[in-house]
Design a protein. Sequence first.
Length: 140
Amino acid sequence: MLQLKPLFKKYEYNIITEKDKINVDLKKEYGDHLYFLPYGTRAKLFTYIFKYLYLCLKTIYLYFRINPKVIVTTGTHTAGPMCILGKIFGSKIVYIETFANTNKKTATGRLIYPIADLFIVQWEEMLKLYPKAVYGGKIY
């Protein structure tokens, strides 16, 4: 998503991402424009259930605090609740399918594809799986 950084100067933006060791320093650069959701992995299913419930509640709070007109996302489990909530309340949804997959749908891609206003794939082969998608090239 940070490949879209040049647009931050032109548009009002907020970044919502999972908090982990890799991106915790982003707070220094983005300050009040950056919000963290808990990091969770389905490998630890018991704790993941509780983290996901908390994530959903925090997503509701952030959605109404920010009130986005457009949600641009690359997915993962944090994107699903925000996009569904956004669709219900009239936000436009732009989804960028991961660069890592060249021939199969992701779980979040399957969830968001039917509700996305713009669904972008980074491999032309993915257009076979997502016929209404737009080929955007390598955005990663």
